[in-house]
Ligand binder design. Structure first.
Ligand code: C5P
Length: 206
């Protein structure tokens, strides 16, 4: 079984993916972390973000088991990840790793921007999770504040909109729902309701 989950930043897709994986006993890969890990390595070594060969070399050394969102969560890394995500050769490298992960038994949940459209177009279950930008920015702000970090709602909203714009309008693997994806707008939904709706969808397929 493969559950493919796509959607924009802070839509709730990560939380949903983790909960579905725990519920069904599947492995989970947050594919955003693969882009973030490459971006973070380039930033840390002062290497250019636009050089595809270097980015590919870094991607070849990624260890999926060691990706950690807490270490990769900064705005700066998210922004750099979205900039390197336009490099086709880098995407090919990361997509190969992600497809390999999707073979986990008894199942895998992958979340990102292009899982249902490019990485696993054959996935039996595809969800496209979205919410209004203002709702997503509010959630991200509250999440950061609850961890004792600085957060400015206006800056976060502008940042999310800029990233959505770049992810949706790029020519390679743009963010968009697969034709056969179930749309889940969580603007007016809490995580429990979204989770139950998603479990119902998966149960119908199994
Ligand atoms: O999901 P997250 O915010 O961690 O992703 C960081 C960036 O990585 C996104 O803005 C997007 O540009 C890129 N990404 C992608 N394809 C994926 C996952 C993430 O292009 N499957």
């Amino acid at each position: 079984m493969i559950i493919a989950i796509d959607g924009p930043a802070a839509s709730g897709k990560g939380t949903l993916a983790r909960r579905l994986a725990a519920h069904f006993g599947y492995s989970h890969l947050d594919t955003g972390l693969t882009y973030r890990a490459v971006a973070a390595a380039l930033l840390a070594r002062g290497l250019p973000l636009g050089d595809e060969e270097i980015a590919i070399a870094v991607a070849r050394n990624l260890d999926l088991a060691r990706l950690d969102r807490d270490m990769l969560s900064s705005h700066e890394i998210g922004e750099a990840a979205s900039r390197i995500a336009v490099l086709q050769g880098l995407r090919d490298e990361l997509v190969a790793l992600q497809r390999n992960f999707a073979r986990h038994e008894p199942g895998a949940v992958l979340d990102g921007r292009d899982i249902g459209t490019v990485v696993c177009p054959q996935a039996p279950v595809k969800l496209y999770v979205t919410a209004k930008p203002e709702v997503r920015a509010r959630r991200r702000t509250d999440e950061l504040l609850s961890k004792g970090k600085d957060a400015d709602y206006g800056e976060i909203l502008a940042d999310l909109k800029r990233r959505d714009q770049r992810d949706s309008n790029r020519s390679v693997a743009p963010l968009k729902p697969a034709e056969d994806a179930h749309l889940l707008d969580t603007s007016e939904m809490d995580i429990e309701t979204a989770f139950r709706a998603a479990v119902d969808i998966v149960d119908k397929v199994q």
